[in-house]
Design a protein around this ligand. Structure first.
Ligand SMILES: Nc1ncnc2c1ncn2[C@@H]1O[C@H](COP(=O)(O)OP(=O)(O)OP(=O)(O)O)[C@@H](O)[C@H]1O
Ligand SMILES: CC(C)(CO)[C@@H](O)C(=O)[O-]
Ligand code: BAL
Length: 311
């Protein structure tokens, strides 16, 4: 695995390989890797010739009072995990590489970016869309992989790619969970032992949503109210967003007819956890796929297998 921090050096190396016909995938991350990230990597490896993983804790997507400075980082451990997983390139730029001067051009996807997590984290999704655009421009991958845990992020990136005709296929990967159902997340490390135990209420609430809808509940507001009450069973859980939205557009719905996404943002102490489930889709229950916005699995971008992949 080769490690780059310079945009120009990475580009130069990739350009030569692309001229030989190799397909390139990008897995953008903020590092402190866990099984969720590694699932993205494994999909990318299976479906492409070359995989670039980026690790960059992007200051643009953090609010002033947020955890930018204490965000967990361990580049050495991450690097060993990626090497072991057969990743070809790690792009780990510093802030000075990505933003050598204050960035004036931004990419924004209003109104999608103002909803849900965007309402709690003003400016967050403009920061995400801007850095993802920049990473797409640097790597120019055919395919990029994102996790469905960050459901709204995938919807926004999909929309950005479509609206701006960016030639990248966006693939979403189902959420990888710990034994008690909690989604793996780098920020789980902030939880105390008691908060970590309590956090199991989050996936349990999504199970409850599925049960209620299967039992015939169709009123979205009623579902939100019942889920908020359900979360109330756990005194450490402080719900910030409990929302039932159209699974494709994220628009509010009155009645649950088309597939909806149940989106949760729940605080435990100072840590905000997010999770979601798509309900009412004709795909397998609980598969957590993003209805209507995500390209299918199976299509592989691999060129001729076995043609001297750079390790
Ligand atoms: N449990 C998971 N399963 C599948 N994909 C995941 C999971 N957790 C994160 N991802 C995906 O990995 C990519 C990089 O995410 P990121 O580095 O922010 O990790 P994170 O665990 O989501 O961090 P945080 O705790 O800060 O939200 C994103 O596309 C994200 O959706
Ligand atoms: C996509 C991303 C790497 C952009 O910084 C980040 O938002 C994340 O890790 O989900
Ligand atoms: N996983 C989303 C990145 C963030 O919370 O900033």
């Amino acid at each position: 695995m080769r490690v780059f921090s310079s945009i120009d050096e990475l580009r130069h190396t990739l350009d030569a390989l692309k001229r030989q016909g190799r397909t390139v995938a990008l897995v953008p991350t903020m590092g402190y890797l866990h099984a969720g990230h590694m699932e993205l990597v494994s999909r990318a490896r299976a479906e492409n010739d070359l995989v670039v993983v980026s690790i960059f804790v992007n200051p643009l997507q953090f609010g002033q009072a947020e955890d930018l400075s204490k965000y967990p980082r361990d580049l050495e451990r991450d690097s060993a995990m990626l090497k072991q997983a057969g990743v070809n390139f790690l792009f780990a730029p510093g802030v000075e590489d990505m933003y050598p001067r204050p960035i004036l051009a931004v990419v924004d996807v209003p109104d999608l970016g103002r909803e849900l997590e965007g309402a709690v984290r003003p400016g967050h999704f403009a920061g995400v869309a801007t850095v993802v655009s920049k990473l797409f421009n640097i790597v120019q991958p055919q395919t990029a992989y994102f996790g469905e845990k960050d459901y709204q992020q995938v919807v926004i990136i999909k929309r950005m790619v479509e609206d701006l005709a960016i030639p990248v296929r966006v693939i979403s990967v189902p959420t990888v969970r710990d034994a008690d159902g909690l989604a793996f997340s780098s920020r789980n490390v902030y939880l105390s032992a008691e908060e970590r135990r309590a956090a199991a209420i989050v996936p349990q609430t999504l199970d409850e949503a599925e049960r209620l809808v299967a039992d015939g509940l169709t009123d979205a507001r009623e579902l939100e109210a019942k889920l908020t009450t359900f979360l109330g069973r756990e005194p450490l859980a402080k719900p910030e967003v409990v929302a039932v939205r159209d699974a494709s557009t994220l628009e509010p719905v009155g009645s649950i007819e088309e597939p909806v996404v149940v989106a949760l943002f729940v605080r435990f102490g100072s840590t905000r956890l997010l999770d979601n489930r798509v309900i009412g889709s004709n795909r397998a229950a609980g598969s957590n796929r993003i209805a209507g916005v995500i390209g299918g699995k199976g299509q592989t971008g691999k060129s001729q297998p076995g043609k001297g992949v750079t390790k």
